[in-house]
Design a protein around this ligand. Sequence first.
Ligand SMILES: *Cc1c(COP(=O)(O)O)cnc(C)c1O
Length: 436
Amino acid sequence: MKIYNERQQKIAERINPDSTITNWKDWKWQMKNCIKTIEQFEKITGIIFSKDEKIKLNETLEKFPLSITPYYASFIKKNNHKDDPIFKQSFVDPNELIVSDEDHQDPLSEEKDSPVKGVTHRYPDRVLFHVSNTCAMYCRHCTRKRKVGDLDYIPSKEQLIKGIEYIRQTSCVRDVLLSGGDPLMLSDEQLDWLLSELKQISHVEIIRIGTRIPVVLPYRITENLVNILKKYKPLWINTHFNHPREITPSSKEALRMLADGGFPLGNQSVLLAGVNDCPRIMKELVHKLVQNRVRPYYIYQCDLSEGLAHFRTPVGKGIEIMESLIGHTTGFAVPTFVIDAPGGGGKIPIMPNYIISWSTNKVILRNYEGVITTYKEPENYENKFCDRECKNCKLELDIKEGDEIDLLGIERLLSDSNKQINLIPKDNERHKRREF
Ligand SMILES: *Cc1c(COP(=O)(O)O)cnc(C)c1O
């Protein structure tokens, strides 16, 4: 029976000679037949490793396990697999065992900022809720790599209830980001239950799902799933394409179903050496994404997690990519390049410099072409003192009592009503000396 393409047909037959296209497109069949060992990989892809290579690969596997969906594996180019972005993102590399000085096990301090197991509360108004500890495919560049595989499970209902309870009792949380693992590894029934619980919390204004499913297991996006998700709008879905070759007929179909279902779609990519550290590849990727109604959201600088040293690029590579996108292509096709600050500082946006100089009445700017221009500032802008008493303000900002009163971080330094002039790190030596 004819499957999508010859290669997929061959792989399906190697898994089971009686395989049909119905099997191939069944996400549970794909999950059941995930490639977990070097031998399975060899058998299924026809790519063969030497004895020495296999020893090293298996050593690496012991620390960082392997799982590739037959679907994703079907896009590996057999003849040039070593340079293949699909291969590099999915297949073990002995370089993962290199531990560098800057590596951390939990570089983003997700556990330190966790009030209850599974919830990371870092920002004022939103939380990350880890609702699954498993993924269809184990990305080699996973930031939570040390955890992958050893705890392959969906958290118990009791644990999820504790997370929901935290959100219910924390009224500043207006945005809940479901993450994992991959939230779409939950069954339809589990998702339905979880989303309905969150939906009932009145201060939760939006729910987001972060998922790599459209990339690695697009058949998980079924009519039934879309119909369940539809009940919980506004629901935003963020996916994770890193390379234009991941946009295939099947993933396009999954994206079409989600977009037609009415979910705003975003994408976050990770900048990976040897995979997408190229302005032309990134431009091609963002163009393909917007063609499929996906708005590029973030490009991440690769985290400082253990086992990722070989994927890291200098920060300058990301700036170079941003330089080649901003102005050169559709504004909404341009993602924000961010570094997720080690130690839990959150995402910090990084941009090329466009402000060249500044005086009291002029800003000197340059554009993407290198044209230098002058923006003359208004001469008679009356800077009104803002005491944050919005009731007395002519701007008529219609907000709830008490909202926006607390000033946080740099915002506090910029405000008129707060007298603070600096933010000083707790362990600043110079200030410690002053205490004597
Ligand atoms: C990324 C992240 C979020 C969401 O950040 P946005 O910039 O709003 O997309 C929230 N919590 C944590 C811990 C995160 O890492």
